[in-house]
Design a protein around this ligand. Structure first.
Ligand code: PLP
Length: 478
């Protein structure tokens, strides 16, 4: 195989790819026509493709390679564990040292309410676990009627039946009979789409009672982002009251919606969501699959935005994507019920607590600590990226540019005045993405938003290089 890999050309790879490999979230026929790009190796923040082109990976793979590529400590941890004990499960009263040690370390790096973890193989499985766990919690509390979970349109929580149902992606819901019963959606806190054209409210402040849908606005010149954060959080309260408090189990959201286009909520949003969940006793779930492990400049996104969730889903950055692993951090309130009064929880996966994955996660988290990556994002490269993004606003195509930690989005507009969008048929994001692809930059397009989430090890000089590439691609898109 080694020999054959070396002698295959890009065209050979593409032909075999088209003949046998059905890619996720892909129009299969499109690959048969143009073939995919074959990535053969990577180091630090750079990929190399089968034609030898170097590409700056401003997406950390799929938001996961937090420590960058080629970290020897992770490779060594996997190798050692593969030799010593490649697999043993955590079913039937057994456990392995890496899984126990990781559980212990996660209790240390997560917010103080978290002392327990339930391992899964991915973020989607983590969110399936959330659905079963919150419903189980309310059963144990003697309130089985509390089964509805509220999430948001344009949120992303994975691709399994429950994960995709929690998510609010209409294209996903159009296929395969989704959503499953008992999931309700509210609108996202996206100011550009839902806020900028609203009249300004005269009296709205944190803690005001809701006055019904559409009643948040009086006359005025437009709602500020901060006011809009409160309005958007009130949609949760309205939904809870519409469904009936006695039927609502939990609210789930990503601190920053990633796949939805890096939608950074106003600072007022999450504290208000927290207040509403507390008021009605509803469990708050933070999906930290993207925002966990330093991405926003704190260990977890909920810490950046001032929420105190009862449950947290994680995956991706826990191993920097070197090997699959996910899980759910279970806060005291839920853990106490499950442990003391729950009996057997009829749920789990063969790879819950996989020893090799856990050994890699341990090495990864220790490396994040050793390199001080979380502080670095918070104090140094995060603010530096924000400056770069601020300067992008002068570009004629850019209606808005914002970042938080090392996540950012550039909104491409037809007219800066009123942030008027391009017609969808132009496919402006895909045009820009095409230029990035050719220029050696991985940037993702979500509609008219161009998004990035580079590895946390990126340096200031590399941010300069990335910004120059972004500017060049924007110029080419003009
Ligand atoms: N939750 C969020 C916020 C995600 O961004 C993703 C994946 O992108 C998932 C869940 C699903 O994780 P996985 O693809 O590991 O199943």
């Amino acid at each position: 195989t080694e020999l054959r890999s070396k002698t295959r050309t890009t065209a050979d790879w593409q032909a075999a790819d088209a003949a046998h490999f059905l890619h996720p979230f892909t129009d299969f026929q499109s690959l048969a026509k143009k073939g995919s790009r074959i990535i053969t190796k990577a180091e630090n923040i750079y990929l190399t493709d089968s034609d030898g082109q170097r590409i700056l990976d401003a997406m950390s793979g799929l938001w996961c390679v937090n420590v960058g590529y080629g970290q020897q400590a992770l490779i060594d941890a996997a190798t050692r564990q593969l030799k010593e004990l490649p697999f043993y499960n955590a079913f039937f009263q057994t456990a392995t040292p890496p899984a126990i040690e990781l559980a212990e370390l996660l209790a240390e790096v997560t917010p103080p309410q978290f002392k327990h973890v339930f391992f899964t193989g991915s973020g989607s499985e983590g969110n399936d676990t959330i659905v079963r766990m919150v419903r189980r919690y309310w059963d144990i509390q003697g309130q089985p009627g509390r089964s509805v979970i509220i999430s948001r349109r344009n949120g992303y929580h994975g691709s399994t039946m429950a994960g995709a149902s929690l998510g609010g992606m209409s294209a996903m819901h159009a296929q395969g009979g989704l959503p499953i019963p008992g999931i309700e959606h509210i609108d996202q806190p996206y100011w550009v789409e839902h806020g900028q054209h609203r009249p300004a409210p005269s009296r709205l402040k944190a803690g005001d009672p809701p006055r019904g849908a559409g009643d948040e606005g009086d006359l005025g010149a437009g709602i500020s982002r901060e006011q809009f954060g409160l309005v958007a959080a009130r949609w949760l309260e309205e939904k809870i009251l519409a469904v009936g408090v006695e039927r609502v189990a939990a609210f789930i959201g990503e601190p920053i919606q990633g796949a939805g286009g890096v939608i950074i909520p106003p600072a007022t949003y999450w504290p208000e969501i927290q207040r509403i969940c507390d008021k009605y006793g509803i469990l708050l779930v933070s999906d930290e699959v993207i925002t966990g492990f330093g991405r926003t400049g704190r260990w977890f996104g909920c810490e950046t935005f001032g929420a105190r969730p009862d449950l947290m889903t994680f995956a991706k950055g826990v191993t920097s994507g070197y090997i699959p692993l996910g899980g759910v951090m279970v806060g005291e309130r839920v853990a106490e019920a499950l442990i003391e009064r729950g009996g057997e929880f009829e749920h789990g996966y063969t790879y819950s607590g996989h020893p090799v994955a856990c050994a890699v996660a341990l090495a990864n988290i220790k490396l994040i600590r050793e390199l001080g990556l979380v502080e670095r994002v918070h104090d140094d490269v995060g603010p530096y990226l924000a400056e770069g993004f601020e300067s992008l606003k002068a570009h004629p195509l850019v209606g808005d540019a914002e970042s938080c930690g090392l996540m950012g989005a550039v909104l491409l507009v037809k007219d800066k005045d009123g942030l008027k969008p391009f017609d969808e048929s132009v496919g402006i994001g895909m045009v820009c993405r095409g230029h990035c692809f050719r220029e050696g930059l991985i940037m993702r397009a979500v509609g008219n938003r161009m998004i990035i989430a580079p590895p946390l090890v990126i340096t200031r000089a590399q941010i300069d290089e990335m910004m120059a590439l972004i500017r060049r691609c924007l110029d080419l898109t003009l």
